[in-house]
Write a protein that binds this ligand. Structure first.
Ligand SMILES: [Zn+2]
Length: 271
């Protein structure tokens, strides 16, 4: 599944080819995405000029002079820029035809992705309103995390994976960041002290930044449609390594289930 680093890598990849372009038309081959493309979608988008591409959580926001396209990659979606004459592949569902002679093509075998149009402020859209801060933005601080965790009995891992606390911290990143911060993922969120929460904020930022830095690799991996995450696998310290030695102390990595998600940690290094 494309996670925040893959979405950010996609944003950086497509933004230069989209910004300043006029969308001449929208070609749709399959309307049945996560939510069916509404009738009239093509007419709303055709003729718009793109001002820029932002990201909020895992949504790409293509801002135009008339409104904003909100794109989510779902489980298996990907975007690419290609010359207009490029043959369509199976599962290419939609294209923006740009005046540069290129297409922005949307490919999504499982069709859990979505394309929405809003003429208003996309950040006020029900899908984005009420989300926590961006993990790499200024709003994600130890103070913020301490407020969000105060009195919370659920585990610290579930807290950082809650999009109302902070967006974009997927399961792999939560496991890796908690290991880097030396925090037991099972510990109640309300019982992690502020210095340790500050360490966790830094670890979450670092693990996401590192993955974005490796974006080319991860992007290629998820385009392979293997169905398995290919995220910076060589760099993973605990995720998916149950029974193997902890890279810090040599104790066996443990696997438990928290909030129905596989959770990997070192009992000796994480308290
Ligand atoms: Zn260890």
């Amino acid at each position: 599944m494309p996670e925040l680093p893959e979405v950010e890598t996609t944003r950086r990849g497509i933004a230069p080819s989209l910004t300043g372009q006029r969308i001449l038309q929208v070609t749709v081959r399959e309307r049945r995405l996560r939510w069916p493309l509404p009738r009239g979608f093509e007419a709303q988008v055709a003729g718009c000029r793109v001002g820029g591409v932002r990201r909020r959580a895992k949504y790409l926001l293509v801002d135009t002079d008339r409104g904003t396209l909100m794109i989510h990659l779902g489980m298996s979606g990907s975007l690419r820029i290609c010359p207009a004459g490029t043959p369509w592949r199976r599962h290419d569902h939609l294209a923006l035809v740009l005046d540069s002679g290129h297409h922005l093509r949307f490919h999504d075998p499982r069709r859990f992705g979505c394309w929405l149009w809003t003429a208003g402020d996309p950040l006020a859209h029900p899908l984005l309103h009420g989300l926590g801060p961006e993990p790499l933005g200024d709003g994600f601080t130890a103070d913020h995390l301490a407020r969000a965790c105060k009195g919370r009995a659920a585990s610290i891992k579930q807290a950082v994976m809650d999009a109302r606390v902070v967006v974009g911290v997927g399961n792999i990143y939560a496991c890796e960041a908690l290991f880097a911060a030396g925090i037991d993922p099972r510990r109640p969120a309300g019982r992690v002290g502020k210095p340790r929460l500050a360490r966790l904020v830094g670890a979450i930022r670092a693990v996401l930044q590192r993955s974005i830095g490796l974006g080319g690799t991860t992007l290629r991996d998820f385009l392979n449609e293997s169905g398995q995450p290919g995220y910076f696998r060589q760099q993973l310290q605990v995720y998916g390594r149950a029974g193997q030695p902890c890279p810090a102390c040599g104790a066996a990595i443990r696997r438990v289930t928290l909030g129905q998600r596989s959770t990997f940690y070192c009992q000796r290094c994480q308290r």
